[in-house]
Design a protein around this ligand. Sequence first.
Ligand code: NAP
Length: 483
Amino acid sequence: MVSRVIPVDDFDLVIFGGTGDLARRKIIPGLYRRFLAGQMPEKARIIGAARGEMDDAGYRKLITDALNEFVPASKRDATTIEDFVAQAHYTPIDAMGDAGWKDLAALMRPDVIRAFYFSVGPRLFGPLAERLHDHKIADDDSRIVVEKPFGRDLESARALNKVLASSFDEHQIYRIDHYLGKETVQNLMAVRFGNILFEPLWNAQYVDHIQITVAETVGVGGRGGYYDKSGAMRDMIQNHLMQLLCLIAMEPPSHFDPDAVRDEKLKVIRALDPVERDEIVRGQYRADDGSPSYIEDSENPKSTTESFIAMRVHVSNWRWKGTPIYLRTGKKLRARASEIAVVFKDPPHSIFGPQEGRRGNVLVIRLQPDEGMNLRVTIKEPGPGGMRLIEVPLDMSFAEALGEEGADIPDAYERLIMDVIRGNQTLFMRGDEVEAAWAWTDPIIAAWEERGDKPKPYDAGSSGPEDALMLLHKDGRRWREIK
Ligand code: NAP
């Protein structure tokens, strides 16, 4: 299969925080891969900007080291890396002060797309937007890319939206949620709306329930201080899992265009019922042989922050009334696995007799590892001996189905950065979506705070606290295994 790479228009991409962890691990390697694919124009420039003093040569060395560390050896080639880093520049700047802004203004080229990636802490988002505007560095067509976290509650998200809106129009603001850049997540839309097969069944009449799981094996060590102020609800549910929920539950948009898609996602968030106390389980990981507990990782002996959440969510509309959606995310769990499972109802009657039972189909959309989809279907067990039924997966691993191209799925960041340059906001969150998500999340967090809720302990390497299993058991269902 021949990959179609359409080069984007010429651009200057300024990465504020261009020396930081995210830039080195994701943004620069993502750009390099697009360069390697032939998508980055020859004259396009990457301009790193941070407070540290450095010249272009120093920055090129820094990003060469980053590529050697974060790009697999099979994708690295000394000459290509040299050509790529030659397109990088550096300019010292202070987001909170005056230093460096005139130099940046002088550096920008006219008549090319200007994009500004805010890869810095969230308190700098507002000051950066204002300075870009005040120094007339941004024009009407310029784009800003804003990293997570976008606020920590409705009030702060509104304040941030307001600050950004005073310097930029909504069509210039790209709020990134890298889950939306994953190939499988977009494939979810292709499968739902590009086939006749699923959509007629995609409702409460045929779907028993949906499970969305994002499980990590790592703890919060290293960023415990940041995480402790956030927790799984703010760090994962409000954004990533909410976005996945929207894509799985939304109505078909009339067109695949940014506002049509985001309008439909917004309707899903607004249709979410408030969550009852017995529909949510919070957890915090314990110490394990030699590995620290959450309390030790966060260095906060009194922490009641959750490193795990399982919850039952209801979308109150015609399509979904009566079909629960279960969300689950946590750290230090059994395996690193993210998936969405649509569990269909059992067939109404088994013609094969009661001993064969009735089996529902399950469509699993795997985000990681091994991106792909599989549909569990019932077939006859081969061989003589009567009509015995078994379940087999109709498997579509992208790596297998698409050959070399499938094995080389673009990382979410590289796709999203190219979308910014192309001016396509479909896979970015709109301001009202983010606010609606906080409006739903805030009362849940407030209720915990009010009653001094303490998360349930769970073992590292487990599937979370016992109560999380019970959440489904009492509904007569069970979680899929985390593997
Ligand atoms: P980081 O490693 O601490 O890097 C911060 C960058 O910002 C550095 O380049 C720093 O350089 C620069 N900086 C700090 N203060 C500045 C100022 N006043 N003016 C200009 N530049 C300044 O942080 P990070 O992990 O890359 O995270 C960046 C953003 O991405 C954060 O919002 C984070 O929440 C988000 N994020 C990160 C990850 C990740 O995996 N790292 C994942 C998702 C989201 P100087 O100190 O030299 O100025």
